[in-house]
Design a protein around this ligand. Structure first.
Ligand code: 13P
Length: 287
């Protein structure tokens, strides 16, 4: 059964480790992440962007697929199904469809409107026992065609949003989605420290987990980050493994396109990436 992310993140914050949010794009991705979480006895959050939700035929299809897998694969570790960077409308649709967690990304609204919409969604999520993530300070890079520069959140705005009763808070600290440019200034630990001091025990979320050096990840966890989002890294490892398979001419063996063969190396590569991240984040054995 899907669970809210609240308990797993409260435990992570208290235990000084982070739970990985791995974004899903199709059946193979989902299966690879769930099997790895189970094997490593780690809690996990499956992230679904609005674009990926559309690609997978809508949120109800995603809920059906994930619930089916939890049962058929005998997954017993805590799993949350979470809308990533949800619009106000997307958040409502996922609540209806049976997600167990949502992110409402109101960072592009003026702060008053972000507050008002977040408040409304917090009330609905509380009533349904779902977790809710809010964002302050936009996270840069490209996601689903939306491009932004990484900015640092205002700690007072973070406190204002945290006080609305959200479960977890994504604060921009110079992190960006996708690959980091060579001239990237790194994470602003000063901002993170100030945000944690204002928000206390609130689990903090680090987006753009791909390509952040291990020492920065560990420092971020020590300063209150208890959820780290990873998407691009799984896409890159899937791509690389598939490319090698095709270049070796293996796709030419047998009869035509067989997803069981062609997508198997990529699926294994995702498992390896997820394992590496769970070990780095410290969530192994914490289910
Ligand atoms: P990356 O694509 O950089 O791993 O970021 C993922 C993310 O933050 C999803 O919200």
């Amino acid at each position: 059964m899907l669970v809210s992310a609240e308990e797993m993140l409260t435990k992570a914050k208290a235990g000084k480790y982070a739970v990985g949010q791995f974004n899903i794009n199709n059946l193979e991705w989902t299966k690879a992440i769930l099997l790895t979480a189970q094997e490593l006895n780690s809690p996990v959050i499956l992230g679904v962007s609005e674009g990926a939700g559309k690609y997978m035929c809508g949120y109800k299809t995603v809920v059906g697929m994930v619930n089916g897998m939890l049962e058929e694969l005998n997954i017993t570790v805590p799993v949350a199904l979470h809308l990533d960077h949800g619009s106000y409308e997307g958040a409502k649709a996922c609540i209806e469809a049976g997600f167990s967690s949502i992110m409402f990304d109101g960072s592009h609204y003026p702060i008053e409107e972000n507050v008002q919409k977040t408040k409304e969604l917090v009330a609905v999520c509380r009533e349904k026992g779902m977790s809710i993530e809010a964002e302050v300070g936009s996270i840069g890079g490209e996601e689903d065609g939306v491009v932004g520069a990484g900015e640092c959140a205002d700690p007072d705005e973070c406190k204002m949003i945290a006080d609305l009763g959200v479960t977890m808070l994504a604060a921009g600290i110079g992190n960006i989605h996708g690959k980091y440019p060579d001239n990237w200034a790194g994470l602003s630990f000063e901002t993170l420290d100030a945000v944690q001091q204002k928000t206390g025990s609130m689990p903090l979320v680090l987006h753009g987990g791909t390509g952040i050096p291990a020492d920065m990840i560990q420092k971020a966890i020590s300063l209150g980050v208890s959820k780290i989002n990873v998407n691009t890294e799984c896409q890159l490892s899937f791509q690389e493994a598939t490319r090698k398979y095709i270049e070796a001419g293996k796709d030419q063996e047998g009869k035509g396109f067989d997803p069981r063969k062609l997508l198997a190396p990529g699926t294994e590569a995702i498992k390896a990436t997820v394992k590496e991240k769970m070990e780095l984040f410290g969530s192994v054995g914490k289910a």
